[in-house]
Design a protein around this ligand. Structure first.
Ligand code: ACO
Length: 340
């Protein structure tokens, strides 16, 4: 789907962001001691130098909680005033109850509808569109959108082709009506024919977790890296181009490009093909790896800390992930300008 929502009569924006990454850091040197790999291979092929790893007792909601509190504090919104809480995650605390319900309880968001959304690494962009839609139609007043992942728990630490890529973290955004600017459009899609290129085979109704499934290590991420890479390089470009065209904008109308941090080579390809100036591109993949649905809000929080998100900054976010899914959002940043 694609939509230019700028003429919808209600401006909806992000009024607060927060992020959290677990303390423990796993470097490429650590990985050299675990699997047959090298810092040089990982940096050259992915741009990743280190990633954060959750403690055994830390679940997705535990990472989400500090990120959510920071976002609410920045927005000046009390959890009890939220009426929607969407958690994008591929690594929920458990299949049900939803991690969003767990988080709503911990935050004290007693009035909020709370559900999880599964769109792989595109989850944050999908969730942002859900919050936008709910607010634009009057269904919701104030929403919290969270991307949180403990990918370390579904990674096979003996598989060098995947274990070097992923990291843990969480990011959150408060979404509510703003006086002007805010979200300008979305382009979202899915191609399930590529689903088996990036999946966790066991743990659902197709293949429940059994001793046999565990013997075959089907509870871990399986990825055909080159297929995903080819798909990602294509849709990161087409999604952004189509959305900007729909919004009557061009690359010169992008002040900050915040791509999903999957692989520096995928980002470099998108930047080159879109014709974006490198100083407008935000990257932190070297320090976090691929944190899936947490990656874009982690970037937004760091961009804010670096003073890159001013009133009026035009931000383009694009992601691609399991599904296979993709999505882009284009918006004008509106620092602390909720219309209350
Ligand atoms: N260290 C050293 N060598 C390695 C490693 C490693 N960690 N991993 C693979 N190799 C080897 C391979 O065995 C292969 O060896 P061979 O030539 O002797 O057969 C060689 O390196 C090249 O392997 P490729 O798979 O061709 O390497 P490629 O350049 O494609 O990089 C990578 C692999 C990094 C996985 C890349 O394909 C990629 O980034 N794919 C996209 C992944 C992605 O973006 N996923 C996003 C979604 S995640 C989500 O939604 C949860």
């Amino acid at each position: 789907m694609i939509a230019n929502v700028s003429g919808n009569g209600i401006a909806v924006g992000i009024t607060g962001i927060g992020a959290y990454a677990p303390e423990r850091v796993l470097t490429n040197a650590d990985l050299e001691r675990m699997v047959d790999t090298s810092d040089e291979w990982i940096v050259t092929r992915t741009g990743i130098r280190e990633r954060h790893i959750a403690e055994p007792e830390q679940a997705a909601s535990d990472l989400a909680l500090p990120a959510a509190r920071e976002a609410l504090e920045e927005a000046g919104v009390a959890a009890r005033d939220l009426d929607l809480l969407v958690v994008a995650t591929a690594t929920p605390d458990m299949l049900f109850p939803a991690t969003a319900a767990v988080l709503a309880d911990e935050l004290g968001a007693k009035r909020a509808a709370a559900y999880d959304l599964l769109a792989g690494c595109t989850g944050f962009v999908y969730a942002l569109s859900q919050a936008y839609g709910a607010i634009a139609t009057g269904l919701s007043g104030k929403a919290l959108v969270v991307g949180t992942e403990t990918l370390s728990k579904i990674t096979n630490w003996q598989d060098r082709s995947t274990c070097i890529l992923f990291g843990d973290g969480a990011g959150a955004a408060v979404v509510e009506p703003v006086s002007e600017g805010g979200i300008l459009g979305f382009e979202l899609g899915a191609d399930g024919s590529g689903g088996s290129d990036l999946c966790i085979p066991a743990g659902g109704s197709r293949t429940p977790v059994t001793a046999d499934a565990l013997d075959q290590e089907l509870q871990f991420i399986k990825m055909r890296g080159q297929e995903v890479f080819r798909f990602a390089t294509r849709v990161m470009v087409t999604s952004a181009e189509e959305l900007l065209a729909e919004c009557g904008a061009g690359v010169d109308d992008v002040d900050l490009y915040v791509p999903h941090q999957a692989n520096k080579r995928i980002i470099d390809h998108a930047v080159k093909n879109l014709g974006l100036a490198s100083e407008r591109v935000f990257m932190n993949i070297d320090r976090y790896g691929n944190t899936s649905s947490a990656s874009i809000p982690l970037c937004l929080a760091e961009a804010r800390d670096q003073g890159l998100l001013d009133d009026g900054t035009r931000v383009l976010m694009s992601a691609v992930g399991a599904g296979l899914t993709w999505g882009s959002a284009y918006m004008t940043w509106t620092n602390g300008r909720a219309s209350r």
